[in-house]
Design a protein around this ligand. Structure first.
Ligand code: AMP
Ligand code: MG
Length: 419
């Protein structure tokens, strides 16, 4: 009888860690990195704040009009019939009316203009009748209407953003609105990465029989850059123990995080785990998930190491489920690691065998009642990268789940690109 060693196609494997436990173990080994930089606001895009930001001013600074119309005192609003006031001037955004306004007078006002002294209410221009310098209106108006109060957006001294908040488009604008032109941010996480495999060729080379182009370095480049990391591309390393060892040593000496793809399964040329055990510490190397079961995590000196599987889809899934949280933590990002999960109805049968957590690629839509529905992209092979590009979510199926019938609920993680 031939005894069969556990392999990638097995569904359950006692040596594998659960997804949650694997993530928890990773996070135990990722402190926030030391080091700050003070940057001009624009250069801080994509970075994590290393300071709290409190508003030095009221935003808006002055009470101003939310509409084009006429600024009046609310006491001028008639209790019945109409009222006519004399228009004594104009107020524009950035060019205020400097005189005073009495209960007999009004000022023509534009959106964003500061409210003139003596006024507290704006009549929309569509709701009045104008003849020469006379403006007439009825009693159907309320005190304070169409006015934005000073400090209505932010009060002076109020906490606007906390340390660890990532600076995106809205934060860039928000900080600018406070008149702040420089911020302190955490330094970027430095990540060195390489691909392993004798079959891999770089772009520009021609392919021999059985060879393929290295695509993992491109998806990794993209995901790392999007995550705000400083990237060091170390190319392709051949499946020789000495080469893998030398490359890992070089990478760990210059980077906070080292990422490889390929060479973590149990094949004869898969040296990653063996070398990691020799030059660093293996924290775990198998996770009960699909795709991505062989996933090595450990440390080499001061660097954290992720040995991702070779298959292109597995690289993306394991990066998103594990590496991203670690990078965020190292880079000073505030917690909130969990990916958004929402319920959707399966609009087609989904095949699954119990034993591993699965991240199938799915396409979301809405049915006639507006409910979220999802279908798998088709073949779920971990080498089929175009399934990732057609998908807009992962269908997350728990370990014990079997096939899902059409109409049953499932959890999905939508792919969200924050701006
Ligand atoms: P491995 O984990 O090294 O056994 O690789 C698993 C599968 O992924 C094999 O079919 C490899 O050819 C493929 N693969 C490994 N590395 C890459 C890469 N950098 N780009 C594209 N495919 C890869
Ligand atoms: Mg390989």
């Amino acid at each position: 009888m031939i005894s069969r060693a556990p392999n990638c196609e097995d569904d359950s494997d006692p040596q594998s860690l659960g997804v949650d436990e694997a993530l928890a173990r990773i996070l135990e080994h990722v402190p926030v990195l030391e080091g700050f930089e003070r940057l001009h606001l624009r250069s801080a895009l994509g970075r994590f704040l290393a300071e709290d930001i409190d508003s030095p001013v009221d935003v808006p600074q002055h009470t101003n009009s939310a509409m084009d119309g006429y600024a009046i005192a609310a006491t001028s609003i008639p209790s019945s019939g109409t009222r006519t006031l004399t228009v004594i001037g104009s107020a524009f955004a950035g060019r205020p009316y400097t005189g005073e306004v009495s209960a007999e007078t009004a000022v023509r006002i534009m959106t964003g203009a500061a409210m003139p002294e003596g006024t507290d209410t704006v009549l929309m221009q569509e709701h009045v009748k104008v003849e020469g310098d006379q403006v007439t209106f009825d009693g159907d108006h309320k005190y304070g209407q169409n006015v934005r109060a000073a400090g209505e957006d932010l009060k002076s001294g109020q906490r606007v953003l906390s340390r660890g908040h990532r600076i995106g488009a809205s934060e860039l604008g928000l900080i600018a609105s406070l008149g702040i032109g420089e911020v302190s941010v955490y330094r970027r996480v430095r990540v060195a990465y390489f691909s392993t495999g004798d079959e891999l060729r770089s772009l520009g080379e021609s392919l021999g029989r059985g060879e393929i182009y290295d695509s993992n370095r491109y998806t990794l480049y993209a995901m790392l850059t999007r995550a705000g990391c400083e990237v060091i591309d170390m190319g392709v390393v051949r499946d020789r123990r000495e080469d893998v060892e030398a490359a890992l040593q070089r990478a760990a000496a210059v980077a906070d995080v080292v990422i490889t793809s390929g060479g973590v399964s149990v094949g004869e040329a898969d040296y990653i785990k063996e070398v990691l055990a020799a030059i660093g510490e293996v924290r775990f190397w198998k996770v009960a998930m699909k795709p991505g079961r062989p996933l090595a995590f450990g440390t080499i000196g001061d660097a954290r190491f992720f040995g991702l599987p070779g298959n292109p889809v597995s690289v993306m899934v394991t990066f998103q489920q594990f590496v991203l949280s670690a990078l965020r933590r190292l880079g000073g990002g505030a917690a909130a690691d969990a990916l958004l999960q929402v319920e959707a109805t399966a609009a087609a049968k989904i095949r699954k065998r119990p034993g591993r957590m699965e991240y199938q690629r799915g396409i979301l839509s809405q049915d006639d009642a507006g409910r979220l529905t999802v279908v798998p992209t088709g073949d779920q092979g971990s080498g089929i990268l175009n399934s990732m590009s057609r998908a807009d979510c992962y269908i997350v199926l728990p370990v014990e789940s079997g096939n899902i019938e059409r109409g049953e609920p499932v959890l999905v993680q939508p792919f969200i690109d924050r701006f």
